[in-house]
Ligand binder design. Sequence first.
Ligand code: CMC
Length: 436
Amino acid sequence: MTPSDVKATLSFSDGSPSMDLPIYKGSIGPDVIDIRKLYGQTGKFTYDPGFLSTASCNSTITYIDGDKGELLYRGYPIEQLAQNCDFLETCHLLLYGDLPDEAQKKDFTARVSNHTMVNEQMQFFLRGFRRDAHPMAIMTGLVGALSAFYHDSTDINNPVHREIAAIRLIAKMPTLVSMAYKYTQGQPYMYPRNKLSYAANFMHLMFANPCEEYEQNDVLVRAMDRIFILHADHEQNASTSTVRLCGSSGTNPFAAIAAGVACLWGPAHGGANEAALNMLGDIQKMGGVEKIGEFIKQVKDKNSTVKLMGFGHRVYKNYDPRAKLMRETCHEVLGALGLQNDPLFKLAMALEKIALEDDYFVSRKLYPNVDFYSGIVQRAIGIPVPLFTAIFALARTVGWIAQLNEMIGDPEYKIGRPRQLYVGSVARDVKPITQR
Ligand code: CMC
């Protein structure tokens, strides 16, 4: 971290001594005020629910400028990565800091391919779930269970273990997601095909069955690959912070990633693409395009809890750059499948247009986010809605792992332990039950 010549001075209106706080400069983005000595010197904590102004770490992985609508992985703009690279190159970039050359790509692809199968015993573990279990419930269980199957990669302090765990997680996620899907369909699991690309293998795992090959469609495979690239990392969001906090206790990488999966499930985070599609389904049931006005009225009503799912973002107060790319992919996929006139897709496009022109959304800088379009693309590809978040988890795994490894390797790393402002009862005595 580069110290700035400028210092922040914290003064108090009650005459307590003021305090100078160091400031550090990032390579881009806001400077940070170092408050680590604040409690020791003043006996006070800072208060920042939701971490609106708090940098929880320093990182070299991902940079977002929410006002500009810019997203960089290791300095490379997401647009260039989405257009020129595939997902495994992006994984290499996130994990090791740079894009692979040809030999590195070959080696990395071979290492990932070597780990695509899961221990055969995993399927018996999976059988314990109800057939109608939500895929994210299954994924939380399966990813956590990896630590019970791969004992040689559970020591988070051992760099060799961390490396094998990273490769295993990236390699096995498509297998696990497809197993969760096939299980709910009552179909046999497919084994991975290591000759296929990462995205094509996932399509094979999902849509082939022992009686029929899946005929790969390049537009759909590329769309799936792009979904993976766009969701691969997003700096210190809720699930990544969960992985860091969970991993900070020294727990094994599989357990930490399972915590990330659990966090991602929420509708305000990774569950938004599922929630967006369900919302479109609800508007469709209400009467479709004609009812958009009525629906938007509910969204704007202060007394209602209805939100326009797939719109808004904590960091982007401009168009989400991933949404722009996903929108492009969305049109390519709908075109390739001849679905431009599908009523649900028409509804989505009409809703997008109305919301982008409506003052409520414009004044609050609420733009469609990546999940609005990725849900539509996935539905068109034939992925069932409840599986959307599991696919997000598959893609985000590399980001989680890269962030976890960065934290463990950081000399300033400590177990995460936020503080609180206690506003509950002061100490009191327990009365006998007859007197309460
Ligand atoms: N629909 C209607 N109003 C909204 C929405 C929305 N989707 N999002 C924010 N607002 C309003 C909010 O009610 C508030 O209005 P007011 O100022 O009148 O009280 C204003 O906009 C500011 O919202 P906020 O709640 O302070 O914004 P936030 O940064 O805390 O929330 C968010 C961000 C993503 C949780 C929220 O926009 C949301 O719930 N969106 C829908 C869910 C969604 O699509 N989530 C996916 C995020 S992208 C994927 C990912 O990175 O995980």
